[in-house]
Design a protein around this ligand. Structure first.
Ligand code: FEO
Length: 169
């Protein structure tokens, strides 16, 4: 069963969005690495690596289905933020965009009755729930502590631990 041209296009677009996500997180890591909040920086680095893994999953899937991989330019990411809160807000917005994009591909695959693609996308639907929850959890903590520097430092240490755990898994 051959991939339709429409599905091939949106799957290629998704490779780009995943690479753009990796780059966006790297931009956030670059920001945090200029601040005392190195835990947040590590968290963003791990997130960036995960996004590369996502891009590669789409890449391999297109190849497995006999499609043509087309790589597109990656937009320049933002490397300056006003605060950790602003960076994590941007991160959540990004994940929500990725989730919406995965759902749109799912809808197209449903309309085309492309069952292998629906099966492939299932992992991403679950992954997006986890990613939005992880970012949302950090955001909730940052909103709670506000500008209190010692509490911010505690959240930063928590982010460092979480990043170390995720890097191992
Ligand atoms: Fe691959 Fe965080 O979306």
């Amino acid at each position: 069963m051959k991939l339709s041209n429409k599905l091939e296009k949106v799957l290629n677009d998704q490779i780009n969005l995943e690479f753009s996500s990796a780059y966006a997180y790297l931009g956030m890591a670059a920001y945090f690495d200029r601040t005392p909040f190195t835990g947040f920086g590590k968290w963003m680095q791990v997130q960036s690596s995960e996004e590369l893994g996502h891009a590669n999953r789409f890449f391999k899937y297109i190849v497995e289905r006999g499609g043509k991989v087309t790589l597109q330019a990656i937009p320049e990411p933002k490397c300056d933020f006003k605060s950790p809160l602003e960076a994590f807000k941007a991160s959540l917005g990004h994940e929500q965009k990725v989730s919406a994009s995965i759902c749109a591909i799912y809808e197209l695959a449903t309309a085309e009755k492309d069952y292998p693609t629906l099966s492939f996308l299932k992992w991403f639907l679950d992954e997006q729930v986890e990613e939005e929850r992880n970012v949302g959890d950090m955001l909730a903590k940052l909103e709670l502590v506000g500008d209190n520097t010692s509490s911010l430092y505690q959240v930063d240490r928590h982010a460092a631990m979480r990043a170390a755990e995720n890097a191992k898994s």
